[in-house]
Design a binder for this molecule. Structure first.
Ligand SMILES: C[S@@+](CC[C@H](N)C(=O)[O-])C[C@H]1O[C@@H](n2cnc3c(N)ncnc32)[C@H](O)[C@@H]1O
Length: 353
């Protein structure tokens, strides 16, 4: 009885976030169309059939999320985790920032950074206002708004998508069950504001956790988040995934969430090769990223709309890129893929030799 009640609460919670995201997108689009009629993107509307398919995929994601908690992949309370304090503090700023975003789109300024940000130390491909975000990934404001903006985009299901890495992560780490958990090293590459590290910590409380990202502001935010949870603080480092500052064969497992669609193709390859270098023989790399056209041909319109509506300069190429071939070229083998809602997952093994 209590399980039925908890499940209903979980579904209501998710549905509530989904309605909220929809309401925000509808209202902000209407205001934008009123104030900036020229900014309406030239995209085909989604058919009723496609919207139904999207809702079915979302329901399936929630069911899998619920089931994984039931089978103990992670604690049930993770299903209800939400950064409420950030929501009440920063949601008004999401609205206040919208006119800046609209001005940027109108003037086609997609590499627009506040003057005080030192941009010369970053690779050129990174200096973009991804999703038209103010200051790209390079300011405190951006770090404070990012999770809210992504939650609105995915109708409150971003963590549910991130959590899909946890089941393969736990089951594949079983290959190292002769090693005490505290000696297992897991890194989240491009850890951003630390949401994935928080989820991994809940599922694997003892492992040594590491995170790396290019953005100092996002790492600062990740640090604030991770300080609040029990357990050893993950070791966070600012650095480029193209040149991971770790020795060969160091990590038992690596995760990487929502990075590859934001990299140009050659950089995608370099990052996979770096991940291969620092993964232990017998270890794994788990990637979570956007679905690609081949994963769900019926979603092609939604995938194309995404690259048109948001500033995602490398997404078009990503959407048809052969990630399995790239991982194999990097040296990985036995690559398994899964799809959940709007994300795909690749679990790649480094041979044990
Ligand atoms: C779309 S966000 C995803 C963040 C996080 N993984 C999540 O689940 O929300 C992309 C992240 O990749 C980081 N990033 C982009 N290129 C990078 C690179 N070459 N090396 C390290 N981090 C990078 C950005 O700073 C940003 O935090």
């Amino acid at each position: 009885m209590s399980d039925i009640f908890t499940k209903l609460s979980y579904q209501t919670f998710q549905q509530g976030k989904n309605y909220f995201g929809f309401a925000h997108k509808t209202l902000s689009t209407q205001i934008r169309n009123l104030l900036y009629p020229s900014l309406q993107p030239d995209v085909a509307p989604l058919s009723k059939e496609l919207i139904t398919q999207l809702q079915d995929r979302l329901n399936q994601l929630w069911e899998t999320d619920w089931q994984d908690a039931q089978t103990g992949v992670y604690p049930q309370n993770l299903l209800f985790d939400n950064p409420w304090e950030d929501f009440f503090r920063y949601y008004p700023l999401v609205w206040l920032d919208l006119p800046n975003i609209w001005e940027r789109i109108k003037n086609r300024r997609y590499q627009d950074f506040s003057q005080e940000i030192a941009t010369d130390i970053y690779p050129n491909y990174y200096l973009q206002n991804f999703h038209y975000q103010t200051d790209g990934y390079l300011s405190e404001l951006s770090a404070n708004l990012y999770d809210l903006q992504v939650e609105i985009l995915f109708g409150g299901s971003t963590d549910a998508m991130r959590r899909r890495i946890l089941s393969p992560l736990k089951s594949q780490l079983a290959a190292f069950d002769h090693i005490p958990q505290g000696q297992l090293r897991v890194i989240d590459v491009a850890c951003g504001t630390g949401r994935t590290l928080k989820l991994i910590r809940a599922a694997l409380p003892q492992v040594s956790l590491f995170g790396i990202d290019l953005s100092p502001a996002y790492l600062q935010k990740a640090n604030e988040l991770l300080l609040q949870i029990p357990g050893e603080l993950p070791q966070l480092i600012q650095g480029n995934a193209e040149e991971l500052p770790y020795r060969d064969d160091y990590f038992h497992a690596m995760t990487c969430v929502f990075l590859f669609h934001e990299l140009p193709a050659p950089v995608r390859q370099t990052v996979m090769e770096e991940c291969f270098r620092v993964t232990k023989p017998g270890g794994i790399l788990i990637i979570c990223d956007s679905i690609q056209v081949n994963d769900a041909p019926e979603m092609e319109l939604a995938v194309n709309n995404f690259s048109q509506t948001f500033h995602e300069p490398y997404y078009q190429h990503y959407s048809t890129d052969d990630l399995v071939e790239r991982l194999e070229k990097a040296g990985f083998e036995r690559i398994e893929t899964q799809v959940h809602f709007l994300s795909k997952y690749l679990v790649a093994h480094k041979p044990s030799y």
